[in-house]
Write a protein that binds this ligand. Structure first.
Ligand code: NAP
Length: 508
């Protein structure tokens, strides 16, 4: 994993983007490359080759992505640095009309790569980025393999970034892995989870393993339970076709939420080497019993008001069936059966059209063992919490009890805050910079290994199967702009616990 400020730029290479005219390329990949150029972390010699069935000249492609970049910079009140942009744009080549499914595309790509390597001494290094719909992942891997473009005998490195979603269930994830691994070695594959590109997610490892303070209390002796929340106030943003096939569980849980669990709960690795960290994550997934339908609550939003705006019900969104049973909210209770976490539940929730956009990991510590302040309202006070804020307002809060000034012994819960932005200058980022830099330097720490992806799908498989055969009751079951369905509260109430109030997630 990189610490950007002191790191050297990656070696010269070509980056081939499949889906070069798509949204991800324009909105995130090319802006991330521009941001890497700002921090001196772009290869000094770089060729960017776009493959897409759309027809464009090199100049038209450059113009199209530049327009997006200008829009992003304008939003941040910044101007384009033409010199930096030149570092990205000077070798942008568009393989116009390049159909992913045609052999001829890969012949042209081979010729282009050879010519560019000769011209710019790229050392034979190539990073292939599959910025395409998931139905093309296997085809592109096969075509690259058959064209000899990902051979382990190639002169330089040959790596492949695979976007999400990685499968729709255990069976499809296994089939995709099998197909990729027919043409690629595991160490060539970088399965992206953009949540892991967030600074605060990476900071979980720094917090846990660079400080002697936390490790002794990071276990069942001191921790009562952990709540992980990824709340979104937006709806499905016109992606009805996609969401109707996906739903909140598939979209968020086996990837993003389980990765947050892994970062929080894995054992300390012996080194920060990617394989050591991945081994610890794999061990953790092994300790998690598969979820039962009764451990999980699903919800779907109805019409409502989100931040003063009237919004329609999920079933009224474009390209959504009027009787859709797809969930837009999911909450669950997870167990980890190992020495460290036995008896400490992990509660996870995520949903759309909630009343706030906020992501956090909240660690609730056990109450003081003895109610010393018996005659004060101490029993009503909150327990201590450590809150890792992921977005927005990245930072860490520690909530604990303090004495209110005055003659009476009155206690109140207070908050100690560390805000990232108060301590560090954060270089502008779209969230893909670290991930792309790590691929270019061959650091797979933040990427998922085949076994991890399959283990995560295996954990949710019984729920997916159970839901496929039962109709959810009372859908839609939460109004847009609220905290989600009341059944999610019942899930914790059964254990004598309650969720942190979603409205104050950002504040306390
Ligand atoms: N967009 C995001 O914010 C985002 C965020 C996270 C992850 N992702 C993931 O990133 C991947 C790409 O997403 P995207 O939104 O960029 O998709 P997209 O906008 O559909 O881009 C894909 C590009 O590939 C082209 N294409 C389609 N079929 C082709 C073929 N047979 N041969 C050659 N080109 C072809 C498309 O052209 P036409 O459109 O003309 O068909 C389009 O230009 C997906 O896996 C998605 O899940 C996207």
């Amino acid at each position: 994993m990189s610490t950007q400020s002191h790191n050297p730029p990656p070696p010269p290479c070509a980056i081939v983007i499949f889906g070069a005219n798509g949204d991800l390329t324009k909105r995130l990949i090319v802006p991330a490359l521009y941001n890497l150029a700002r921090t001196g972390l772009l290869p000094e010699r770089l060729t960017l080759i776009g493959v897409d069935h759309n027809k464009k000249t090199d100049a038209e492609w450059q113009g199209a992505v530049k327009e997006f970049l200008l829009g992003i910079l304008k939003k941040n009140g910044e101007a384009l640095d033409e010199k930096l942009w030149g570092q990205v744009a000077r070798r942008m080549i568009f393989l116009s009309g390049g159909d992913f499914e045609k052999t001829e595309t890969y012949q042209r790509l081979c010729e282009c790569l050879e010519a560019e390597d000769k011209k710019d001494s790229l050392g034979g290094n190539v990073l292939f980025y599959m910025a395409v719909a998931d139905r093309f992942f296997a085809t592109i891997a096969k075509m690259l393999g058959e064209a000899g473009l990902v051979s382990s005998e190639a002169k330089g490195f040959r790596r492949v970034i695979v976007e999400k979603p990685f499968g729709h269930d255990l069976h499809s994830a296994k089939a995709l892995n099998a197909c990729l691994l027919k043409y690629l070695k595991e160490e060539q594959i970088y399965r992206i989870d953009h949540f892991l590109g967030k600074e605060t997610v990476q900071n979980i490892m720094a917090l846990r393993f660079a400080n002697g303070l936390f490790e002794p209390i990071w276990n069942r002796d001191r921790i009562d339970h952990i709540q992980i929340t990824v709340a979104e106030s937006i709806g499905i943003e016109g992606r009805g076709n996609f969401y109707e096939k996906t739903g909140a569980l598939r979209d968020m849980v086996p990837n993003h939420l389980f990765q947050l669990v892994a970062m929080t709960a894995m054992e300390p690795p012996v080194s920060f080497d990617a394989e050591d960290i991945r081994a610890k994550k794999a061990e953790l997934f092994k300790a998690m019993p598969t979820l039962a339908v009764t451990d999980v609550v699903r919800g779907q939003y109805d019409a409502g008001t989100v931040q003063s705006e009237q919004v329609v019900a999920y079933r009224r969104e474009p390209n959504v069936a009027p009787d859709s049973n797809i969930e837009t909210y999911v909450a669950m209770r997870l167990k980890i059966d190992n020495w460290r976490w036995a008896g400490v539940p992990f509660y996870l929730r995520t949903g759309k059209r909630l009343n706030i956009r906020s992501s956090e990991i909240a660690i609730r510590f056990k109450q003081a063992p003895f109610a010393l302040f018996r005659n004060t309202p101490v029993d009503e006070l909150d327990a201590d919490w450590l809150i890792l804020r992921i977005q927005p307002d990245e930072g860490i809060r520690l909530r604990f009890n303090a004495k209110r000034p005055g003659p009476a012994m009155t206690l109140e819960s207070v908050s100690m805050r560390f805000n990232y932005k108060d301590y560090f200058h954060q270089a502008p980022a779209v969230g893909y910079e670290t991930l792309i830099y790590d691929c270019l330097t061959g650091d797979a720490t933040l990427f998922q290994r085949a076994d991890q992806v399959e283990a995560a799908w295996a954990l949710v498989e019984p729920v997916l199967k159970g839901w496929a055969h039962t109709t959810p009751r009372h859908f839609p079951n939460y109004a847009a702009g609220t905290e989600g369905p009341s059944a999610a509260n019942d899930l914790l109430a059964k254990d004598g616990r309650s969720w942190r109030d979603i409205r104050i997630l950002g504040g306390k």
